[in-house]
Design a protein. Structure first.
Length: 254
């Protein structure tokens, strides 16, 4: 399938998740990728410096560039999907931003997927989103020396509690709290948006001016392009015609 946005970025965590963390960059390079992105594949928000250095060495040895990386997302096995919004996790959140900054300073990464976490019944939605905005503002200031961008991603499979199920919902949040801050942007993931029963074409038309990064995976199945029902040829043309000049990564699961 020949699309407009090539060469792509490879997501190390989904495309090469069966390999050890420090073997993935070389596998991506062997497949012809020059740029990569990664989830936060460490056990906590502040891993030992030796772990970070080992990851960085694997990138350098493979001669690939790290474009984007997730921040620590909490305990995924317990159902957590981020900590940025959580009331009692501010110290952990700040540690996670310091950790991605440490990676970025060595690799040149400039985009950071910082997931908010799940809403609780203990506080109002507004209270929790206000806290999220405050923490994102702190993170932007912390990442200012490297020109870092905070990416906010709608996720699927989390209808009970996750605050953003569509790109339009992220856009509403950005317009309310960061109307002039270009370093807070939407991460537009075709799989998650389609899985949440939103039309990726309509979502793009509504939100493209605030999209900072795009991830491609087909739906259903989260497989490679062409394995599901999404029309990537037409969609990539829409992206091009709208003036999108950012990156596109492949985040499908092999």
């Amino acid at each position: 399938m020949s699309l407009v946005y090539q060469p792509y970025i490879a997501n190390l965590s989904t495309m090469y998740g069966s390999l050890a963390r420090d073997q993935r960059a070389q596998a991506a390079a062997d497949d012809g990728f020059q740029e990569v992105e990664s989830w936060w594949d460490f056990d906590n928000s502040s891993p030992a410096r030796s772990e970070i250095d080992s990851f960085i060495r694997s990138l350098r040895s493979a001669e690939v560039s790290l474009y984007a990386i997730n921040s620590h997302g909490g305990n995924r096995s317990a159902g957590e999907r981020g900590i940025a919004m959580l009331r009692d996790r501010e110290t952990e959140f700040r540690e996670s931003i310091s950790s991605i900054l440490a990676v970025a300073e060595e690799t040149g990464a400039t985009c950071f997927n910082v997931t908010p976490g799940l809403l609780t019944d203990a506080e109002s939605r507004d209270t929790q989103l206000n806290r999220l905005a405050d923490r994102y503002a702190w993170a932007i200031e912390k990442l200012d020396p490297i020109g870092g961008t905070i990416l906010i991603e709608p996720l699927s499979g989390l209808r009970d509690g996750y605050p953003f199920l569509s790109a339009v919902e992220v856009l509403d949040f950005i317009n309310k709290f960061f109307p002039t801050e270009e370093r807070v942007a939407i991460l537009f993931d075709t799989y998650h948006l389609a899985a949440n029963n939103t039309d990726i074409f309509d979502q793009w038309r509504s939100c493209h001016s605030r999209v900072g990064h795009v991830q491609f995976a087909d739906f259903p199945g989260r497989g490679n392009l062409g394995t599901g029902s999404l029309d990537f040829l037409t969609f990539s043309s829409l992206m091009h015609d709208s003036g999108y000049s950012g990156k596109v990564s492949l985040e499908y699961i092999r």
